[in-house]
Ligand binder design. Structure first.
Ligand SMILES: [Zn+2]
Length: 233
């Protein structure tokens, strides 16, 4: 059983956009996992094997309990019966209380389809007549994280203390990001400005809640609060 299970379309997606929160949850003693939906085999830099090693390294940095790869097709994530069954099996196997999924608007179509696939599986996983290897189970909540596109977040997590760990997890993906020693074609995320943008964004969202670094999240459902002073004081 896990407390939180985060899904990403590609290895490194979750580190980039939820790394602070996951690191914080681990410090709070929670059980946390990542499921990468694909092996990132369409990526311009690195190979699936290199990225698998990097993903293992990043999981160590974040101190994760679980990391698995769903081995769906990179560049062709489908919201079909077979893919839903794959995701439902992970949800039922690990029984997380909370699921993290990509926000549904993004420049990368894989992120869009990953969002729809995980959202649909989150719901169908709770149906007893939806057959799979495991018994029916529905997590309590689905929280979305923003990738390229953002909207007004429902809440922002203070990751000031966790930001260095998050960046170490991101930098475990040596094949993907800026590395002056590496001869490989340049991509959108391998330019040095990309890692700067990760920091600038964390500062931007941190500023909105008056802390050094923040990570924004979105929920569709209304937030249930017992004591408003827990949140607003
Ligand atoms: Zn991605």
């Amino acid at each position: 059983m896990l407390d939180v299970l985060a899904f990403g379309a590609h290895p490194d997606d979750v580190e980039l956009f939820c790394g602070g929160l996951l690191s914080k949850l681990k410090k709070q003693g929670k059980k946390v996992g990542i499921i990468d939906l694909t092996r990132g085999e369409m990526g311009t830099r690195g190979t699936p094997d290199i990225r698998e090693q990097e993903a293992k390294e990043a999981a160590k940095v974040l101190n994760l309990d679980v990391r698995e790869n769903a081995k769906l097709e990179d560049g062709n994530i489908q919201v079909d019966a077979l893919s839903k069954k794959v995701v439902i099996n992970f949800i039922r196997k690990y029984k997380p209380k909370i699921i993290l999924a990509p926000y549904w608007e993004d420049r990368h179509p894989d992120h869009v389809y990953a969002s729809r696939l995980v959202s649909a599986s989150f719901f169908y996983s709770g149906l007893t007549r939806m057959e799979s290897e495991y018994e029916a189970y529905r997590p309590k909540n689905l929280i979305y994280y923003f990738q390229h596109e953002t909207a007004k977040p429902s809440f922002i997590v203070d990751i000031s203390d966790e930001f260095p760990t998050k960046m170490n997890a991101v930098k475990a993906y040596k094949s993907q990001f800026y590395n002056p020693d590496q001869e490989a074609p340049n991509t959108f995320i391998s330019q040095p400005e990309f890692l700067d943008s990760v920091e600038n964004r964390a500062k931007y969202f941190g500023f909105q809640i008056a802390v050094e670094y923040g990570e924004p999240y979105f929920v569709k459902s209304a937030l249930k609060i017992d004591n408003i002073f827990d949140i607003f004081a």
